[in-house]
Design a protein around this ligand. Structure first.
Ligand SMILES: CC(C)(COP(=O)(O)OP(=O)(O)OC[C@H]1O[C@@H](n2cnc3c(N)ncnc32)[C@H](O)[C@@H]1OP(=O)(O)O)[C@@H](O)C(=O)NCCC(=O)NCCS
Length: 363
């Protein structure tokens, strides 16, 4: 058995065939067209495979991204397409490909890794925990209101620059080039909806579906709230089925407005997160705390223990998963641990940080 290691250029076709036959057996399109950046040539060094006699047995890929947030820039690693061939499962192969991907992510200087899965216990063994604040809003009825006199278009054949302009207005984004947006617009089974005003300016966009995943989910959107409400109303009329709109917990205006339209809101997690570079992440958060006027935040790690608090009031834990939940939420620190009043006030001002990864970037 060889690996985990990055594939050679000559092995790429067999890696893609392995992924398609194991993860996309319906064969309508290749998984690589669903994740054009993760499987781009530039990211091939971040693929890990285990092989035996030229046959691929296991695969995982990690994709470094820079996330811009009000708390600063974070380098994060999206982990995905984790799979072991059925005959070789339960021999530790995926554990090895994942660990090797995480090593690659650390070498890239990533602060933390994130993934999307329903195999919570499998990833908890490796230190991942459900965290981050995701709100899902069920669009299960016709809604009215929002911005008037918009013209809607149901097509991905639009200028990526227009989408990019609205995307860049979000408070939390992964840094993306226009060329990356152009590639995302071509993802199969993605329905692209846009709303334009009378002057031909894009006012809102929303993307429903993405390859085999996220059918019935609007996982990307941008624009001001009234234009988005009109666009969601249009999508509901166009599709005449229940659609779930995925919204960052910090998009409070949009959530409040959709609630006012009588839509049901469910609070969940962004994904599963594992810290990769504790010192870096903690120092970024302390810098953010200082920018908020908090000088005495305690956030330190020594000897496998984590110290979190303010001034002399410090909570001690040896669980990195506790730390993930405190930093990324969704709950406030005071809801997780019984800090004294003063410490709770300080921690609740700084944590959780607003973190988000838009659907098109999720690996
Ligand atoms: C999930 C998957 C990747 C695991 O691969 P694998 O090579 O068998 O994993 P490993 O051998 O490294 O780890 C197996 C361990 O995980 C545990 N495990 C496997 N599947 C699990 C699950 N669904 N939930 C919890 N634990 C699980 C096993 O019990 C075993 O634990 P042990 O080491 O304590 O005995 C594999 O089953 C697979 O390819 N599934 C289909 C694709 C898929 O679902 N991928 C995940 C996408 S997020």
């Amino acid at each position: 058995m060889q690996g985990p290691r990055a594939p050679l250029d000559t092995e790429i076709p067999s890696v893609i065939e392995f992924l398609d036959s194991n993860l996309r057996p319906e064969g309508e399109w290749s998984i690589t067209s669903e994740y054009p950046i993760a499987f781009s040539e530039a990211n091939r060094n971040n693929i890990r495979i285990i092989t035996e006699n030229d046959e691929v047995l296991a695969h995982a890929v990690v994709r470094p991204m820079i996330i811009k947030t009000p708390a600063g820039l974070f380098k994060i690693a999206g982990l995905g397409s984790v799979v072991t061939s059925t005959e070789h499962r339960n021999q530790g192969l995926s554990t090895k490909t994942i660990e090797s991907c995480l090593d690659a992510a650390k070498a890239h200087g990533c602060d933390f890794a994130i993934l999307w899965t329903n195999l919570y216990d499998f990833y908890r063994r490796m230190g991942f925990e459900l965290a981050g604040n995701e709100v899902s809003v069920l669009l299960d009825r016709d809604i009215t209101g929002g911005e008037k006199n918009l013209k809607f278009m149901d097509s991905g054949k639009i200028a990526p620059e227009a989408i990019h302009r609205l995307y860049s207005q979000h408070t939390v984004t992964s840094l993306r080039t226009i060329d990356e947006t152009r590639k995302y617009l071509q993802i199969p089974n993605s329905r692209v909806y846009t709303a334009w005003d009378a002057t031909g300016t894009l006012k809102a966009y929303a993307i429903e579906g993405k390859g085999a995943d996220l059918d019935g989910y609007i996982h990307e959107w941008g624009g001001n709230v009234p234009a988005l409400v009109s666009l969601f109303a249009h999508i509901r009329q166009a599709q005449k089925r229940n659609i779930t709109i995925i919204v960052p917990g910090h998009s409070q205006n949009l959530v409040r407005t959709l609630k006012e339209h009588g839509l049901h809101v469910n609070e969940g997690f962004l994904g599963m997160i594992k810290i990769l570079n504790t010192a870096n992440l903690f120092s970024k958060i302390k810098r953010h705390a200082r920018s908020l006027g908090v000088q005495d935040l305690v956030l330190d790690a020594t000897g496998g223990k984590y110290y979190i608090g303010a001034g002399t009031s410090v909570f001690l834990t040896d669980s990195e998963r506790d730390v993930v939940r405190l930093i990324f939420g969704p709950q406030k620190p005071s809801e997780i641990h019984d800090f004294d009043k003063e410490t709770a006030e300080v921690l609740d001002r700084v944590l959780p940080i607003n973190m988000w990864v838009w659907g098109w970037d999720s690996v």
